[in-house]
Design a protein around this ligand. Structure first.
Ligand SMILES: [Fe+2]
Ligand SMILES: [Fe+2]
Length: 200
């Protein structure tokens, strides 16, 4: 369980390790995540886990690629070549390791951090909300554009559909740019598609 004292320590860690703009983003994600958690009726425990995940989700984002790799070595984090060649994704794995190794946070928290950029095979409500809140927090430069407003409305209505739509958008955008899509994003999209179609 993430109690008040632990959440306070996580907030202090974020304040100590992040630049002012990244800290503002992190606190924005925490607030957006809490709003969605209340809207979707998450339990007190799930909400505390979500809050911990939001506070730590970008905790290693400002490390150099070399420092990321050092952390991977120190904590035996195995990365595939897709991830090693994608610096924007590395921080979700090292961030999850900080949550597990340094703060002994439960797997639900670590898993949400581990999938917040790419998505993943299995995403519970905590992981889905973190993934969406990371995009929806109002400090983002793209806040207020039509796609994001649409995503916000969808996130309130149906977390699965909102994640699915956003993952499809990401995949399309990356393909248009001729960039590789991370296999985890393809897997996450396929899993969300299956769940969404099953329910219809
Ligand atoms: Fe991130
Ligand atoms: Fe973020």
């Amino acid at each position: 369980m993430c109690d008040k004292e632990l959440l306070g320590r996580l907030r202090l860690a974020a304040e100590a390790r992040l630049s002012a703009p990244r800290l503002a983003h992190t606190l924005g994600v925490e607030a957006e995540a809490l709003r969605l958690a209340a809207h979707h009726g998450l339990s007190e425990e799930e909400t505390a886990h979500l809050r911990a995940a939001a506070l730590l989700h970008d905790i290693t984002k400002e490390l150099s690629p070399e420092d990321h790799l050092k952390l991977c070595e120190k904590w035996d984090i195995l990365l595939d070549c897709e991830t090693v060649s994608c610096p924007a994704v590395l921080h979700q794995f090292t961030g999850a390791a900080v949550a597990a190794r340094e703060f002994a946070l439960p797997e639900a928290v670590c898993a949400a951090i581990r999938t917040h950029t790419t998505g993943g095979w299995e995403m519970d409500a905590i992981a889905r909300i973190l993934y969406l809140a990371d995009l929806l927090e109002p400090g983002r430069p793209f806040a207020g554009n039509a796609e994001i407003c649409e995503l916000r409305a969808m996130a309130e209505e149906d977390l699965c559909r909102a994640c699915l739509v956003q993952m499809r958008r990401d995949i399309r955008r990356l393909r248009e740019l001729g960039r590789r899509v991370h296999p985890l994003t393809e897997a996450a999209c396929a899993a969300m598609e299956r769940e969404y179609m099953r329910r219809r």
